[in-house]
Design a protein around this ligand. Structure first.
Ligand code: NAP
Ligand code: ZN
Ligand code: ZN
Length: 350
């Protein structure tokens, strides 16, 4: 028997989110059924529902920062039992056979991972629906454990914002003796600051205004740079080993690249809706590298959660009722959230 799930969906790119009923499949042998307690609101939800990145699938139930409790398990589920505290991020499945899947990097699955929404299951035809919903059925291989003691609401954003910052910070060497800058202090950025500090790096926040200076210091950043202040940007030239660029809108990459030292790396995780022109000399002049990074694999997501639990890294959140999601999206667009909206699914009632 399928499990009905009240949800919120965008009916089309122009329309606001509205109540929507869907059926979650009855758990198969390796599936778990999860009662979603909280779901974070990522800027990617907005980009996709508004078709910033191109044509999307509707109706769209966004949400890929889900945490909750297991309420049923399939006969062969080994990792989880009823009552466990679990999380689901940006992926629900992948081919599990290709080179990337074998390497634990399901996000690069050559057959295409099944993203949590705006995508299809591995059959290529069943649409996926995300976490703005009461419950979801997911194969246990794509479910992670939320460590004991972590509050579920503040842990929810780690399922996307956490892994998306942890993975490149680790891969590109954030650590003791390294100067790391986090550009864009939003949902991703504020978690990135905490993760980079926990890794032992010296951290600077690069923001468009002075307004988040005190918050940056409270998050642990040692320095603060305003990207709209050309004098300050010039004075900081050649300073950083690594820049994590989380900016969601079109911005000047060249002035950011200029902040890197020789052999420094700027890693893009933000996905503005248009191309970002690069001046060759901004790279060539100091053998700089421009890289990109996409979430992280399932094993690394568990590693990130365990790391965050050990170091006390959580998101700063504002909890919203499901019915207030459209206002929350408008505020997110206006950069008016400190620093992640999290939907309380208990507010989603028939
Ligand atoms: P967010 O909370 O809206 O934060 C984005 C930040 O970018 C803002 O807080 C702001 O920081 C800065 N910003 C906004 N408009 C700007 C502009 N016009 N010029 C310069 N800076 C601007 O968004 P988020 O949820 O953290 O997501 C950030 C981006 O990452 C989005 O594009 C999202 O789609 C993408 N993303 C990518 C991945 C991946 O796997 N690569 C995963 C998740 C999300 P200041 O106020 O400090 O300037
Ligand atoms: Zn996201
Ligand atoms: Zn694969």
């Amino acid at each position: 028997m399928p499990h009905p799930a009240l949800s919120y969906a965008a009916p089309s790119a122009k329309a606001p989110l509205a109540p929507f009923k869907l059926d979650r499949r009855a758990p198969g042998t390796t599936d778990v059924l999860i009662e979603i307690a909280y779901c974070g609101v990522c800027h990617s939800d907005l980009h996709q529902a508004r078709e910033d990145w191109g044509p999307a699938l509707f109706p769209m139930v966004p949400g890929h920062e889900m945490v909750g409790h297991v309420t049923a398990v399939g006969a062969q589920v080994g990792k989880f039992k009823v009552g466990d505290r679990v999380g689901v991020g940006c992926m629900l499945d992948s081919c599990r056979r290709c080179e990337s899947c074998a390497a634990g990097e399901e996000q690069f699955c050559s057959a295409g991972a099944s993203m949590s929404y705006n995508g299809y299951e591995q059959d290529g035809k069943t649409m996926t629906f995300g976490g703005y919903s009461q419950r979801i059925t997911v194969d246990e291989a794509f479910v992670v454990r939320v460590p004991e003691g972590m509050p579920l609401d503040r842990a929810a954003p780690l399922l996307c914002a956490g892994i998306t910052t942890y993975s490149p910070l680790k891969r590109f060497g954030a650590g003791p003796g390294k100067r790391v800058a986090v550009m864009g202090l939003g949902g991703l950025g504020h978690v990135g600051v905490r993760v980079a500090r926990a890794m032992g790096a010296e951290v600077t926040v690069i923001s468009t205004s002075q307004s988040k200076r005190a918050d940056a210091a409270e998050l642990g950043a040692q320095d603060f740079l305003v990207s709209t202040d050309p004098k300050a940007m010039k004075a900081a030239a050649g300073r950083f080993d690594l820049i994590l660029d989380t900016v969601s809108a079109v911005h000047d990459l060249n002035s950011a690249l200029n902040l890197l030292r020789t052999d420094g790396t700027l890693v893009l995780v933000g996905v503005p809706e248009q191309a970002l022109p690069v001046q060759p000399f901004a790279l060539i002049g100091r053998r700089r590298r421009l890289a990109g990074s996409l979430i992280g694999g399932i094993a690394e997501t568990q590693e990130m959660l365990d790391f965050c639990a050990e170091h006390g890294v959580l998101a700063d959140i504002e909890t919203v009722a499901m019915a207030d999601i459209n206002q929350a999206w408008e505020r997110l667009l206006k950069n008016d959230v400190r620093y992640r909206f999290v939907i309380d699914m208990a507010t989603l009632k028939a």
